[in-house]
Write a protein that binds this ligand. Sequence first.
Ligand code: ZN
Ligand code: ZN
Length: 235
Amino acid sequence: MLPARFLPRLHLVGAALLLCRGCLGPVGQGAEAGLCGRCWAGLLPLPEGRCARCALVHGGEESCPEVTEWEKGDALWDYHGGRPPLGALLLPGIKGGEAGWGRALLDRLAEVPLPPWSAEVDLVTSVPSTLPRRWLRGSDFSAEAARLVAGRLARAYEPLLTKRWFSGRQAARTESQRRRLPRKALSLRRGVAPRGRILLVDDVWTTGTTLLRCVQALREGGADEVRVLTLFRAT
Ligand SMILES: [Zn+2]
Ligand SMILES: [Zn+2]
């Protein structure tokens, strides 16, 4: 047993070691999954007045700076919101196996307002990850998010798309390589027949090339309309 006079000091030492894994500040009230409340407050919505197709702010007369083959597209949070930018911290961590961060983010997804037009879809699907990546990670976060969104909308979730393993990791590619993502890398799963208005869900929207390929595959496969919703948007 330590003398009683040491106990308050031990408490201080323990508290000092409990540092937030995002900002390295002390964790305190509102902390969850090793991140402090201030870091979690970095889940910020995108700016008001953004385009309803590309989710970027640009002049109403100007066409979208990126190709968008859909009428409705939006994201729930700014990928670079907060200090440190929370989306850019969370998503690579979750893909690397941070299950606690994944659960905490899904809890927030269960509460955040969804775009009103998402209630008008018939079915929810997700941007696929490759099989080897799913095996390595043990989960497919976009699919988990899409299932949760489908539950909130009282619609079915169905994995309609597949991604070939040789198409490689998007994150590891340069900007120009990403834009050249081969069209055939993303295709419909064998035997599925998309119909009606489909909501396509992904974790992060950067250039939109992957979303574009998915939307094209769904529409060529018979979907009447595809709308796009991602958790984060890099602007
Ligand atoms: Zn923090
Ligand atoms: Zn636009």
